[in-house]
Design a protein. Structure first.
Length: 211
């Protein structure tokens, strides 16, 4: 990355960012007008990426889910979108959803469409999302994954103890503090967890969303 605008600039101005491969993107908050962009981005995800995101085969998104993911309050539910500067297409999104029982904790997920993965987009999205979380009093991020994913379980073991929250389906949850500034090594590993299995679900129904 050759340009490093502040988090405030990224959110308020959609300042351009040059990725390490020369691609140019912009980051901004998600809007209720992003429904068509969300569906177009979803259509560009491979079946494998969709499965990792929702922990189930997900051929399409319901109208209710699309509303849930776009009509957000930017406090308890925040989303930061990455756009291709040249085309305006959505290429990734990071979101947190605050836990109503634990107001200082939020479930996090990062999604980047397949042909933009590996370019640093997910890290940028999580960095800006962490800044928004700090501003809203969130001090911990959680993410969900399948216990059968051994590669991700190895990552979790490096983070510390994990808590099984659904033994029947083998789902585990990892929790990482949000640092006072930037991304901690633990939060970077949480990005790998989110990118590999994807979390951040609506409170009801537990449909999963992530990177």
């Amino acid at each position: 990355m050759t340009l490093t605008p502040s988090t405030a600039e990224l959110i308020a101005l959609g300042a351009p960012i040059v990725l390490r491969d020369g691609s140019r993107i912009r980051l901004r908050q998600g809007h209720r007008t992003d429904k068509a962009r969300l569906l177009e981005g979803f259509s560009r995800l491979s079946p494998e990426s969709r499965y990792r995101r929702f922990l189930a085969a997900t051929p399409d998104l319901s109208a209710e889910t699309v509303r849930y993911l776009t009509e957000i309050d930017h406090r308890d539910h925040e989303a930061i979108a990455a756009l291709n500067e040249e085309t305006g297409d959505g290429i990734g999104i990071a979101r947190y959803i605050r836990n109503p029982q634990r107001p200082d904790t939020a479930e996090v997920a990062v999604t980047v469409i397949d042909d933009w993965q590996g370019k640093g987009v997910g890290t940028l999205l999580l960095d800006v999302l962490a800044g928004r979380a700090r501003a809203e009093g969130i001090t911990k991020f959680t993410a969900l994954m399948l216990a059968s994913n051994q590669n991700m379980m190895d990552v979790l073991n490096a983070l510390g103890p994990v808590r099984t929250i659904d033994r029947e389906t083998g789902t585990v949850e990892v929790e990482v503090p949000v640092p006072e500034d930037g991304l901690s090594p633990g939060l970077r590993k949480l990005l790998r967890v989110s990118a590999g299995i994807n979390g951040a679900a609506p409170p009801a129904g537990r449909d999963r969303f992530g990177d």
